[in-house]
Ligand binder design. Sequence first.
Ligand code: FES
Length: 569
Amino acid sequence: MSDASNDPRRARSRVTVDGPERAPHRSMYRATGLTDKDFGQPFVGVANLATEVTPCNFHLDQVAREVKAGIREAGGTPIEFPAITVSDAIAMGHQGMKGSLISREIIADSIEVVTFAEGFDALAAVGGCDKNLPGILMAAVRLNIPTVVLYGGTMMPGHFQGRDVSVEDVFEAVGAHAAGRMSSEDLDALERVACPGPGTCGGLFTANTMGILVETLGMAKLGTSAIPAVHPDRAQASRSIGAQVLDTLARGIRPRDVLTIKAFENGIRVAAALGGSTNSVLHLMAIAGEAGVPLTLEDFDRVSRETPHIGNLKPGGEYLMADLHRVGGVPLILRRLLDAGLLHEDALTITGRSLGEEIRAYPLKDEEEATRVVFPVEKPLHRDGALAILKGNLASEGAVLKITDPSGTVKFTGTARVFDGEEAAFEAISQGTIQSGDVVVIRYEGPQGGPGMREMLSVTAAIIGQGHVSDVAMVTDGRFSGATRGPMVGHVAPEAWVGGTIALIQDGDRITIDSAVRSIVVDLSEEELNRRKKAWRRPEPRYTQGALAKYQRLFASASLGARTTIWDK
Ligand code: FES
């Protein structure tokens, strides 16, 4: 015990299990099966976000089992604990979606509180669905103990009428069915085949975007994120996390060593190069905020403008995450950008080596097939990245646009159709009252106003499903799903709940979105806006107790990542 008690890797767990005064603590642990040998090894908390509420995390017990076996093999003592998950797809389109962003905060708080209270020496965290990896990373930087993150992997594609499909196709099919463009039989048949097993939604939606980013940021082992949930490679990749987390602990590498401004700029670069989910803006801002890194929305726009769009992944492109694994996974994307001088290659990773060293050491696969999934930098889809930060009198703090149009730009002037909340907008779209040239404005859906900043996938998918691929725009203080496509602007800040301009818009106002000059403007004079502002009254809150009421008071602006902050306000 004397060697172990001097082991610097045990600096935290020693306090909980060493010495005669900790006999009660050891007694409790012995009841869980721990032995004298276990007490002398570093304690590694294994945050396992497994749940039956979504296929995204359905298989994570298996993944965590391998991670724990790897930790034992490497001389550590794994101690597993859970955190919650909300299924974004299943919460979509109803009030339940207001719980999704809240779940990010609860995941972060849960991991932080358990790890703090139990005194783990290091952390291995296994997550899947959209809010998992952001919540994990927020906890990791708060705790700042050696941490390795493992993404649980994507779902395999379904097959329908000769093509690969994912749940995005089912959401869009609802719109097509409502418009009479798809039969009930086909909708039923698609529903049964689109999601063939465990894993996250198959396209480059939020979960897969964050899976790619966690490798890019240097917080996950290179090559682990793109492996599909059910792929034979996953077990070995999961087991290897054990040795990695013990090595990261021995080297004393902490999340704040890794998550520097260079890491975040690399993350933005990759999100922009791939056309990743706009939620990545919100999540990177929140993680940076927790880490004390001075990241701004302007950084997203600057980096995106300097980044060629090379990802040919759905929803904007043709391929799914499982295809990316086949052609080389995240290292392929990083290699393309590294060779073009577009990454900070000296950014540190959890291995103690730089991102550049890690990428160069990773073997490349068949270049011919890879080129169809991730274009070469010199032959991009578009010259600029796919994320744009818009500002103007409609969003003085900023708004987020993802450019999925093949032209690589969005220029749209249309007539406002204003809805307070998603349900009212969805009903109008379902009844076919939205016309070409309309700008659907959905407000009181911001971080505080919702609360919880719902994703508008049901609305955007219904718009697309009715054939309005580029002739109807949407503007909201809520969010989009990563699966959203079309001229859609979200994260409008300041939000309606705090009296932002979006609260003042009326039916018939003219709104212009112009990605070339990064602007979003309503054609109203300052005098008229002031007049409307004087007459504006905040609606009564819908939730007056419980978690939704609590988070309504805690959420900061979307322009700050919608973190729960009381000190920034
Ligand atoms: Fe979990 Fe889509 S619902 S990744």
